[in-house]
Every structure is written in structure tokens, then in C-alpha cells.
Ligand binder design. Structure first.
Ligand code: NAI
Length: 541
């Protein structure tokens, strides 16, 4: 990557992804920038370049090949890449993000072509600041960092998990318009416990078992200190850490630096938005809902915590609010008698007889909705969906696990097994389902609706902290973007094609919270929306 102060010419310019326009360089530019003869003579518009990219994209034989093709474009011509992502968001997002990014991470060492972002390994301990100094951009405003221990629902992929920070940051730019130079994907390589990767000669990370305990904590501490010193205005997003570390690190740093954990907090916000949109379809207010989760990890517990915050904001006492959320993990219903549960689960351990069968739990608790965040494909079986459909006229069924290969049930299954009555949303996209002469359109309950707008709001206000109120307001703002037309076809989220305007609304509201709560580090602009628009990166040449 080239520093903004340099102005490359000739071949160097064509190899600079930020400035390259390829065949769209005008005749004048070709003369003045030393490009004459280095490009075929015909000058193409960016629209025609997009057309060519889309044509080539569709010609690829598999989604993984489409991912590789798009990454190569990203490396060649960044503005064209973003133009394609923005113009064709519904087609391209599943290729650069879930589900394809999951496959890409599983194959990362094998499809690797060019590095992107930064890799900081445990061997760099003691000199992380020196390493960060190698990054060519000074004004980094969003960092997505992973240690690769829990990549989507696919488990430990070590340094091969780098596809996730890269994909997420592409969405910060595509969905909220954050300038790519301000985005930095980072993988912290502390080893992997994935034996297949350790045996794979093409694995890109350190071929060693995961470092844990004090050395790990000291490494993360050094990293957080170094990164927030070098880039003091950055938002630090923790992504796809294993849950034993994710909850701990969030508690440790949330009151010290501008940080959040997307799996815990971003997921919570998007899921809450879906529930807020879905409740009117059930004919009951949100305050009357009762939720049964399959999976009590980062996503599940995060959602429960935010539901509690939302209920408390409606005047419901904390203890009562907590009783609205019930959890079922790999060992059964989480009850107060259980001694095998971690601290984050204990908050939601209620008095109940032990239950080890989810259908039994549905019958006993009569939830308004079931929310899957287990990472276990097919775990919402026909009998589970039928059980909740007997109890509820419009059962809410959210299969939030990613990628598609981990989804608790498919859209078609939820609709068919509920006789077309389920209000369904999923973490990875499913297409429309034809059932009994109706077309049902599932919404994508994915945190991509939240984090880009949230990030932009934090940037514009230069917020010092990320607080729960921001996730609450983001959820409400997202829910308010759902139209009657969306609800009529069963979609509890706006279509992805609206993601840029959705992100803008969220950015404005999040910045508003930062100002109201005294967390902003920048004078309030007269017009917050204009300030958000001013930050926008345009992919046009
Ligand atoms: P995690 O590892 O923290 O938690 C997984 C939970 O599932 C644990 O409580 C575990 O006990 C439980 N579980 C595992 N097998 C089970 C079984 N057979 N029956 C019942 N429970 C079982 O993982 P995390 O972060 O909560 O993620 C879970 C899933 O949610 C992943 O697939 C992830 O991709 C997805 N997710 C979706 C997001 C979205 O935007 N839709 C965002 C974040 C995560």
C-alpha cells in the first residue's frame, strides 16, 4: 500500500489498489501519469468495468472461486471492488461474508494469494508497537481483531480466520462508507488447537498449540495498549474469540478503551431488532415475550443481556426481565441447580426441574420464540418447530448460527413445519420460499445490519467508550426501518439493498447517544447527519 503523500506513476500506479482505475484512466490521465501504452487503448467507464466484473463473477464455477476472484479485484482496484459490492450487495455480500467467508477461512492457506491487514504473533510479544509502526496509514479508525479460536460456528481456525476481519471491514466500507484506509484487519496468532491445520503444510499460522493463561493475557494486554496508543481514535472490535476469552476481555477493556465484542453485543442488537419487529405480528407487546435459546454462548447470552436492558427500559424489574430468557445448552436446560455452568450462564439460571430434551423445554416454558445460537446444524428439528407451532399462532423461530452449514434449520423447514406461520430469520441468507401459493421472504438476522453503522457513529463522535445504550438504540433504529411491506412477506429486517440508508440512520443515532452521554471526544457538529455523510468514502473515481 502507498502512503497518501506519494503519487505513483506508470506501472506503480496500476499496482496501487487505492489509486488504480485500470481501463477507466482517461486519455489525459494516461498522458500525464505515464500510463500511455500500458493499457489497452479503449477507455471504459466504471459502469462498464462493473459489468465486466459481474460477468466474470458469474462465470466462476463455485462460490469459493467467486470469493478468490473478488479478493483479487480488491487487491487490484479497491474502488471498483467497492462499487461492485455496493451496486450488487445482495449477490456479493454472501460471497465476501457469511456463508462463503466461512469456506474461505477453512481453505485460507490454500487460496492465499496476497496478505491483507496485519498478522501479529505471540512471537512478537514485547515489540507489538514496532510491528504496528509498519502499517502505512496513520489515521486508523476501526480495527477488527480475531485470535481465530471460534470462527463463525466452525471452531478454531487459527490464523486462517483472517478472512473474518477482512470481510467485516469490507462491510464497514461498503455498508457505512468508512474509508478503507481507516480500516485495519488484525489477526493475533497465538497458535491453534486444530490438529488438521497443524498437520497442513500450507497453514499460514504458527504451527504450534494455542498459548493460554497468563502469557496470552499479557500478549492481549500489550496489544490493546499498543494499538490504542498508536491509533488513539480507533474503535477496537473483538471478533470470533473463543467464549472463555470473549466475555472476560470484554469486561476487562470495555471501560478502558473504545471497544466492543461483535459476537456478544452486535448480535444482540440485530436479534433484538428482529424481535421488536416480529412482536407486532404475534399481536402482543414486546414486554410480554418469553424466549428460549438453544446455545448459551457469546451470541445467545449477549442477546439475553440486551433483551433484559430493553425490558428494563420499559419499566420491568431486572429480576423479572431475566426470567423472560431461558437457555438450553449442550447439557440441557440451564437451571439454578446446575453446577456445571460458567459465570455468564449463571445470570440466566432459573428454578426449574431438569430438562434434557428441547421439545420438552418448549412444552414446559411455552416460549414466544426460540432462538438458535448453538452452531449446530439441524438442531431445530421438525418436532421442535411443530411443538412451538402448537403453542403459538405465530411462533418466532430465529436460526442465527453461521454459516449456512451451521444453521439450526432452514427457512423452508421453519415455514413448512409451522404450516407457514413461523416468523423466521437466519444468520446466513436463505432465498424466498414458495408455500401454499404464497411467497415468504426470510430476513437475515445478521450483525452486518448493526456494526457498520455503529462504527460510523463512533467515528463521527469520536466516542471514548461503547455502551449498551448504543446497541439498544441501534436495535430500535433498525426495527424502525422495517416497512409494512417487509412484514407482509414475513421479513423482520429491511432488505439488504437498503443497508446503506439503514447504516446511516444507525450512525446518526449512535453518535447522538455518545453526545448525550458525554462520551464524545469531538465537538458536536451542527448537523450530525451531514457529519456522517461527510465521512463517506465514495467508490466512484
Ligand atoms: P459459543 O461457542 O460462545 O456458544 C455456543 C453455545 O452453543 C454454547 O453455549 C454451547 O454449549 C452450545 N451448544 C453447542 N452444542 C449444542 C447442542 N448440541 N445443543 C445445545 N447447545 C449447544 O458460540 P457463539 O459465539 O455464541 O456462536 C454460536 C453461533 O452463533 C455460531 O454459529 C455463530 O456463527 C453464530 N453467530 C451469529 C451471528 C449473527 O449475526 N447471526 C453473530 C455471532 C454469532
Amino acid at each position: 500500500m502507498t502512503d497518501a503523500s506519494e503519487t505513483p506513476r506508470g506501472l506503480d500506479l496500476l499496482r496501487d489498489p487505492i489509486r488504480n482505475k485500470g481501463t477507466a484512466f482517461t486519455s489525459e490521465e494516461r498522458s500525464s501519469l505515464g500510463l500511455r501504452g500500458l493499457l489497452p487503448p479503449r477507455v471504459l467507464s466504471q459502469e462498464l468495468q462493473v459489468q465486466r466484473v459481474v460477468e466474470n463473477l458469474r462465470r466462476q464455477q463455485s462460490d469459493l472461486e467467486r470469493y478468490v476472484y473478488l479478493q483479487a479485484l480488491h487487491d487490484r482496484n479497491e474502488r471498483l471492488f467497492y462499487k461492485v459490492v455496493i451496486d450488487q450487495v445482495e449477490e456479493v455480500m454472501p460471497l465476501i461474508y457469511t456463508p462463503t467467508v466461512g469456506k474461505a477461512c477453512q481453505e485460507f492457506g490454500h487460496i492465499f494469494q496476497r496478505p491483507r491487514g496485519m498478522f501479529i504473533s505471540i512471537e512478537d510479544q514485547g515489540r507489538i508497537d514496532e510491528i504496528l509502526a509498519c502499517w502505512p496509514h496513520d489515521d486508523v479508525r476501526v480495527i477488527v481483531v480475531t485470535d481465530g479460536e471460534r470462527i463463525l460456528g466452525l471452531g478454531d481456525l487459527g490464523a486462517d480466520g483472517m478472512g473474518i476481519p477482512i470481510g467485516k471491514l469490507s462491510l464497514y466500507t461498503a455498508c457505512a462508507g468508512i474509508h478503507p484506509d481507516k480500516c485495519l484487519p488484525i489477526t493475533l496468532d497465538v497458535g491453534t488447537d486444530n490438529m488438521e491445520l497443524l498437520a497442513d503444510p500450507l497453514y499460514i499460522g504458527l504451527p504450534m498449540r494455542r498459548v493460554r493463561g497468563e502469557r496470552y493475557d499479557a500478549f492481549i494486554d500489550e496489544f490493546v495498549g499498543a494499538v490504542t496508543t498508536r491509533f488513539p481514535r480507533t474503535v477496537l472490535q473483538f471478533e470470533d474469540f473463543g467464549n472463555a476469552n470473549a466475555f472476560r476481555l470484554l469486561e476487562k477493556y470495555r471501560n478502558r478503551v473504545c471497544t466492543f465484542n461483535d459476537d456478544i453485543q452486535g448480535t444482540a442488537s440485530v436479534a433484538l431488532a428482529g424481535l421488536l419487529s416480529a412482536m407486532p405480528l404475534t399481536g402482543r407487546p414486546f414486554t410480554e415475550g418469553r424466549w428460549l435459546f438453544l446455545g448459551a454462548g457469546e451470541a445467545g447470552i449477549g442477546i439475553g443481556r440486551l433483551i433484559v436492558a430493553a425490558l428494563m427500559a420499559e419499566g420491568i424489574a431486572e429480576a423479572e426481565a431475566k426470567k423472560r430468557c431461558w437457555y438450553f445448552d449442550s447439557k440441557g436446560l440451564i437451571t439454578s441447580e446446575r453446577t456445571d455452568i460458567s459465570e455468564h450462564k449463571r445470570t440466566f439460571a432459573h428454578e426449574h426441574r431438569p430438562i434434557t430434551d428441547f421439545v420438552d423445554a418448549v412444552h414446559s416454558l411455552e416460549p414466544t420464540g426460540i432462538l438458535g445460537a448453538s452452531g449446530v446444524y439441524g438442531s431445530f428439528t421438525r418436532s421442535i418447530v411443530e411443538a412451538i407451532s402448537e403453542i403459538q399462532e405465530r411462533p418466532i423461530v430465529f436460526s442465527l448460527s453461521n454459516p449456512t452449514s451451521r444453521s439450526e434449520c432452514t427457512a423452508r423447514q421453519a415455514y413448512e413445519w409451522s404450516g407457514g406461520r413461523a416468523i423466521f430469520a437466519s444468520g446466513s441468507p436463505f432465498g424466498p420460499v414458495e408455500l401454499d401459493e404464497r411467497t415468504l421472504v426470510p430476513g437475515q438476522g445478521n450483525n452486518t445490519y448493526i456494526f457498520p453503522g455503529l462504527g460510523m457513529g463512533l467515528i463521527v463522535s469520536e466516542a471514548s467508550r461503547v455502551v449498551d445504550e448504543m446497541f439498544l438504540v441501534a436495535a430500535r433504529t433498525l426495527a424502525a426501518q422495517v416497512s409494512q411491506r417487509d412484514l407482509d412477506v414475513g421479513r423482520v429486517y429491511p432488505p439488504l439493498s437498503k443497508i446503506r440508508s439503514v447504516s446511516e440512520e444507525i450512525a446518526v443515532e449512535v453518535a447522538e447517544v455518545a453526545y448525550k452521554m458525554g462520551l464524545a471526544r469531538r465537538d458536536r457538529p451542527q448537523d450530525l447527519r451531514a457529519a456522517v455523510k461527510d465521512e463517506h468514502f465514495s467508490p466512484e473515481y
